[in-house]
Design a binder for this molecule. Structure first.
Ligand code: RP5
Length: 155
């Protein structure tokens, strides 16, 4: 990401242990050229940090948030409480329940507070989806997605 570019995607993850799995997300955003910012903040270990980051994200120019967390993965829902921005959750694979714990915690948000959710470990898809959300209103990113899909179709 160019230092001068204001981030459009905000990535938040519950632990630095989520970083290896989320490298597929940052790599894909970098391939698209989407500027992003990344923060590590746990909903249960650092709730004040989550609050501060989420409640100021829209004013910083962030358009969409990617929230990655594992186990009792309530991070996306907590972030959703503090921002009007759309949130894409990435449930982390876990050692105890294989990520089903993360998936169900994330995907089962009660009506009224949505968190979109990709597959367990679906970090790359989160990046693509976030870019598609940008593309809904910004032609530059819509074009990137169109190029990406055309390349996929060619195999
Ligand atoms: C969650 O708990 C994190 O998102 C991570 O996936 C999981 C385990 O965190 P660590 O104990 O590895 O820091 O908060």
């Amino acid at each position: 990401m160019a230092e001068t570019e204001a981030p459009l995607v905000g990535i938040i993850m519950g632990s630095k242990s989520d970083m290896p799995a989320m490298e597929a997300c940052t790599k894909q955003l970098e391939e698209f050229g989407v500027p992003y910012e990344l923060v590590i903040a746990s909903a249960h270990r650092a709730p004040a940090k989550v609050h501060e980051w989420a409640s100021t994200a829209a004013d910083r120019g962030i358009k969409v948030i990617i929230a990655a967390a594992g186990k009792a993965a309530h991070l996306g829902g907590v972030v959703a409480a503090y921002t009007p921005l759309p949130i894409v959750g990435v449930p982390m694979k876990t050692s105890d329940l294989g990520g089903m714990d993360s998936l169900l915690s994330m995907v089962q948000m009660p009506s009224g507070v949505p968190v979109a959710c990709v597959a367990i470990g679906g970090a790359k898809n989160a990046a693509i989806y976030a870019t598609q959300i940008l593309g809904a209103t910004m032609p530059e990113w819509r074009d990137k997605i169109a190029e990406f899909k055309a390349a996929m179709a060619e195999g």
